[in-house]
Design a protein around this ligand. Structure first.
Ligand code: IVH
Length: 658
């Protein structure tokens, strides 16, 4: 029976590849269905022969209750965006400085969700989202439902490839037709739909969504003896991956521009969404020479197509109150689709912005998406005015609490000075839970607003008391057993965040994520920071008089809050950056002994901690690596006795890129 199952598996793998990847069916649908049915039946009868990569997995069925985290073997970086010819020329010029005759590969920039796929011995073992670039989410169960992702490669090798999960325009339209009939909210665009579908707990739903993919990146090409990116694309194609043939191997800036022009023309007729062109240096040794910044490779750029401009009516201007009391005017628009998603609001920044543009209520306005994300009003179409438009007038009292607004010295913005204003409080709570701050998953803006209105949540410590009301929360509209447990778990997990997350979340005026990190690093824990004086704080680069005073005032006025948060069990220490990943360091415990020429112990320690490793003083069986320099102490012998891995001077310098 094992042989029969293997034979059916082979036939279906081949048929899938021919049908989905090559778009060239070799058997009829009827035959395919029969083979599939036969295999499903046999696997049900003989589960011991069912492989986790069987073609029957494409149908879905596996349900998970939580996404596991996956550490990427190498960070998943994004690309620097460029928007015009000049920036492309800059890129090409820089490369040309290093190489007399480089070549480039131009590819479509697919608009979906990036994915890393890992194969062992030719079989798919995991699929992960990009996440924060260092740690992603395990979406293997859904990846297996994507028919253009091979579950078994044409060669039995170990390999990681990266690409984009996408949804075709046609699939999105059909899905939305169905959702509209069922009264469900429509999915906004192909990217959101692909991302939402790939992040389902139930793989049956993902399977129904008919996702697709393109593979475009091989993180370790040298392992397969490849010399160029173009060869890597061909190699991945030969393994059975869907690799686009709409790419060009070129040598000059003009050829890059020609590719962009041609692709821009093809764009509306392509079956899937693209938002630009990725330009990559082709020679892999040159790529290596160019290296990376902390965020991007220096050997590739993403040219973004100019953002689409659309026209709609400005029906009103309303005002929102931020957590600092800042008043922001917002355009209320007749809903329109801009770059695939529906827009009905856009920020108008401040009074000055409206006056400079001379916006009037009732105007037809041009809008676009700034940086392709945030909708923005660009200008009114004066020629379309009827004379019935109304002038805009600025408010002088808070739209939420009615307090008279103030203007701070030197600033154009208006503020609500009432610290008890409900809008300010809600937005402070939203800010505390947000991704850049305490990153409490599951607590979106609306949920927080609801919890505030229902009086479950009024102040920051209330987040950590929510578990007391678990049963009451389940009764609220839109909440269930699962979502409440998830929220409470995320709140509990947030207690372990490093200090900078908390400092940012507290919303100290002027302290953004960057300054919060600066302070956390400098002071190490909140107890030291809360006693810092203005003089001491201003001695830190980037902290000026105003910020220093804000910090001192904040801690003076919020002593009780800080003590409460500590007594609840929130971590108030700086743990370290979670952003860097280094395969030799991350997650490992180090001990340093002896001296390394040209490197102080602190420098080595800082590097290890930055890459999420730890350094301790003494060697034990829990130590992973001992760094041994000149004249080592007894720690060296102990490491040898315990058979612990040693990094000598050459190795640690190599790891530190020196
Ligand atoms: S290469 C190290 N190629 O665009 C470089 N990325 O803004 C790896 N993307 O995160 C990426 N099409 O999700 C590459 N042909 C393509 C792409 C592509 C779409 C996405 C990818 C990446 C983002 C960068």
């Amino acid at each position: 029976m094992k042989e029969k199952i293997e034979e059916l598996t082979r036939i279906l793998e081949e048929a899938n590849y021919n049908y989905y990847v090559l778009d060239n069916p070799t058997i009829t649908d009827q035959e395919y269905d029969n083979y599939m049915r036969e295999l499903i039946e046999l696997e049900e009868k003989y589960p011991e022969y069912k492989k986790s990569t069987s073609p029957t997995m494409h149908v879905g069925g596996e349900v998970i209750d939580k996404f596991k985290k996956i550490n990427h073997l190498k960070p998943m970086l994004s690309l620097p965006d460029v928007f015009n010819e000049e920036e492309i020329a800059d890129f090409v010029d820089k490369i040309q400085e290093l190489h007399i005759s480089p070549s480039y590969v131009c590819e479509q920039k697919f608009d979906g969700l990036s994915v890393s796929l890992i194969y062992k011995n030719g079989y798919l073992v995991s699929g992960a989202t990009r996440g924060d670039g260092v740690v992603g989410e395990d979406i293997t169960h859904n990846v297996k439902t994507i028919k253009t992702i091979p579950l078994h490669l044409k060669k039995d090798i170990d390999i990681e490839v990266r690409g984009e999960i996408i949804m075709s325009k046609d699939t999105l339209n059909k899905l939305n037709e169905k959702r509209s009939k069922e009264g469900l909210p429509l999915l906004q665009n192909c990217r959101n739909a692909a991302a939402g579908s790939a992040r389902q707990l139930d793989s049956k739903i993902a399977a129904e969504r008919n996702l697709d993919n393109f593979i475009y990146h091989l993180p370790n090409p040298e392992d397969y003896g490849l010399k160029t990116h173009y060869e890597a694309l061909e190699f991945m194609r030969s393994l059975g991956f869907k690799v686009s043939t709409n790419c060009a191997l070129v040598k000059t800036k003009q050829e890059i521009l020609d590719y962009i022009e041609t692709l821009a023309k093809q764009r509306p007729d392509l079956p899937y969404d693209i938002d630009g062109v990725v330009i990559k240096v082709n020679e892999l040794d040159l790529q290596e020479q160019l290296g990376f910044t902390s965020k991007y490779p220096k050997w590739a750029i993403a040219y973004k197509f100019p953002s689409e401009e659309v026209y709609t009516k400005l029906t009103d201007i309303i005002f929102t109150v931020g957590r600092t009391g800042q008043i922001t005017p917002n355009a209320v628009l007749e809903p329109v689709i801009v770059m695939g998603s529906k827009v009905k609001r856009a920020t108008l920044h401040n009074e000055d912005y409206i006056r400079t543009l001379d916006l009037r209520i009732g105007d037809t306005v041009a809008i676009h998406k700034a940086g392709d994300v945030i909708p923005e009003v660009i200008r009114p179409l004066e020629e379309r005015r009827t004379g019935l438009e109304k002038d805009f007038s600025m408010i002088d009292t808070c739209p939420i609490c009615g307090t008279k607004l103030i203007q701070k010295e030197g600033l154009i913005d208006y503020f609500c000075p009432n610290e008890h204003c409900a809008a300010r409080k809600v937005n402070s709570l939203i800010h505390f839970a947000s991704r850049g701050a305490m990153n409490i998953d599951g607590l979106g803006d609306e949920i927080i607003e609801n919890l505030y209105n229902e009086k479950f949540l009024q102040t920051i410590p209330d987040f950590y008391k929510l578990y007391l009301y678990k049963e009451d929360l389940k009764e609220l509209e839109g909440f269930g057993e699962k979502s409440v447990s998830h929220i409470l778990d995320s709140i509990e997990a947030s207690k372990q965040n490093s200090l900078e997350k908390l400092l940012f979340g507290l919303g100290i005026p002027g302290i953004g994520a960057k300054n919060a990190k600066l302070l956390a690093k400098e002071y190490g824990n909140i107890d030291k920071l809360k006693y810092a004086s203005v003089e001491e704080l201003t001695s830190i680069k980037d902290i000026g008089d105003i910020l220093a005073k804000n910090i001192v005032d904040y801690f003076h006025n919020n002593k009780e809050l800080i003590e409460t948060l500590k007594s609840i069990g929130l971590n108030t220490e700086y743990i370290g950056e979670k952003t860097s990943f280094n395969e030799y360091i991350t997650g490992k415990k180090f001990v340093i002994t002896g001296t390394i020429e040209g490197l102080s112990r602190d420098e080595i320690k800082e590097f290890i901690e930055k890459n999420n490793g730890t350094v301790s003083e003494s060697v034990s069986k829990n130590t992973d690596i001992v760094i041994v320099g000149e004249k080592p102490g007894s720690k060296y012998q102990k490491a040898l006795d315990l058979n612990i891995m040693i990094y000598d001077e050459q190795k640690i310098k190599e790891v530190m890129n020196m």
